[in-house]
Unconditional design. Structure first.
Length: 440
């Protein structure tokens, strides 16, 4: 538990700590919350702050924003860690907050990683939040709907903070080079493209961006009073030459295309290589995981239904543990997909149905399969003649489910690959049964 002031400019501290914004004007990003006229800015400027939860990825300004709020509202700021604090520390802080309130001073209690508190610890804050003894600001990287108990969550406003854009980070890095709290008193020469490289490497995390800048400046080439940062310096400091590519540009799409097409071509060696190229270039592992989840249905589908399960599990593993540990999970998924039997029947089925749906948006739902929750609907024939398949011996009926204009359309055309051959056989049996019972 620590209390902070805004006047410590000790240059021995890390760059990210020295450059921590002290006002909304210095804060970078989150314009959807603190831009002119936005809800959180209005609350801060009118000093009508209530308890809230900041939910967002690391390095996007959750702690900084809480401190700015405390400074703007003239409240005492207490930083409380969910990792190192227990019930005893909670009681001490609550007593201190109530003492402050007697002297007319508000207390903002900032809890980093609030999701790490168990239910009993979270419940300990409830009476003090309700009484107004404290203004609770929690920060979490996890969905608060699942990680913060409902009683506490109902008393807090949730604000979603977004990963910083590359432009936001470039702006932040350039400010660090100009600001006396950063490197403004030094003569640092660094090309703008290397600023953008560092911003891309940081992947939305301001702390990572500033720490990387600090490292490259400290390892720059000295020539008198001038420090020159070169491409080689950046490569050495981040230990990844492949980082020098634009994650939003052509090479980004070239690499994900190479990964996708290598898996489709059942080439696990090439697929793993392109996976490594992307991850070592600083690509978000969750982006890769989302793409392979799509691949599991688009290019494998019912030829191996387990592919989707494995890829979703890989995505969850990436979310739980992050880089670099999750590389092995993605490698497992990519290798599995490369070796799996291939079928694009799911993609073909949807695109074919989509074409019809786009052209025939007004086709009525057959009366027999309409829901009839009211008497009027029943009188109009909704649901009349509906056949409940579970009540039949074969668990099949000859009921028409497509609109009249689309009767006989076939969208799903199973292949003979892998397990899909079984689905093909089953579908043929169903069609033969329905043909035999067409007029019965």
């Amino acid at each position: 538990m620590e209390q902070y002031t805004f006047f410590n400019t000790d240059t021995s501290r890390p760059l990210a700590a020295r450059l921590r914004p002290v006002s909304l004007e210095e804060f970078v990003g989150q314009k959807h919350l603190i831009g002119e006229g936005k809800i959180l800015r209005r609350l801060i400027e009118s000093d009508r702050i209530s308890s809230m939860i900041f939910w967002g990825p690391p390095g996007v300004g959750k702690t900084t924003l809480a401190r700015i709020i405390a400074n703007s509202t003239k409240a005492r700021f207490i930083d409380f860690s969910a990792v190192t604090s227990g019930i005893k520390e909670i009681k001490q802080v609550m007593q201190q907050a109530e003492d402050n309130l007697r002297f007319g001073e508000k207390t903002i209690l900032f809890i980093d990683e609030i999701h790490r508190f168990n239910k009993a610890q979270q419940d300990a804050f409830l009476p003090f939040v309700e009484k107004g003894s404290i203004i609770l600001i929690g920060a979490t990287t996890e969905n608060p709907s699942f990680e913060v108990n409902s009683a506490l969550l109902s008393r807090c406003k949730v604000f979603v903070l977004q990963a910083l854009s590359q432009d936001d980070l470039s702006q932040l890095l350039n400010r660090a080079l100009r600001d006396p709290r950063g490197f403004g008193t030094l003569k640092v020469q660094i090309p703008e493209e290397l600023i953008e490289t560092i911003a891309g490497f940081a992947n939305g995390d301001a702390r990572t961006a500033l720490s990387t800048l600090e490292m490259v400046v400290l390892n720059g080439e000295m020539d008198g009073e001038t420090i020159t940062v070169t491409k080689e310096t950046v490569e050495q400091c981040i230990s990844k030459k492949s980082l020098l590519y634009d994650k939003g540009g052509e090479e980004h799409y070239n690499l994900i295309s190479a990964l996708h097409k290598s898996m489709r071509n059942s080439d696990p060696d090439a697929a793993v290589y392109w996976l490594a190229r992307m991850l070592e270039a600083g690509e978000d592992p969750l982006y890769v995981a989302r793409r392979i989840v799509r691949f599991a249905s688009e290019d494998v589908g019912l030829a191996d239904p387990r592919a989707l399960e494995l890829c979703v599990a890989a995505y969850q593993a990436c979310h739980f543990i992050g880089m670099p540990e999750c590389t092995v999970h993605l490698t497992q998924a990519v290798t599995y997909l490369s070796l799996a039997p291939k079928s694009n029947a799911m993609e073909v089925a949807y695109m074919s149905a989509k074409e019809d749906a786009s052209k025939m948006l007004a086709e009525p739902v057959p009366l027999v399969i309409r829901n009839a929750p009211t008497r009027l609907m029943k009188d109009l024939g909704y649901g009349k003649g509906y056949q409940y398949a579970h009540d039949t011996e074969d668990k099949l009926t000859n009921m028409q489910c497509l609109p009249d204009s689309l009767l006989g359309r076939e969208y799903y055309r199973p292949t003979d690959q892998g397990l899909e051959s079984r689905f093909k056989e089953r579908l043929q049996q169903i069609k033969e049964w329905k043909e035999a019972h067409k007029n019965k």
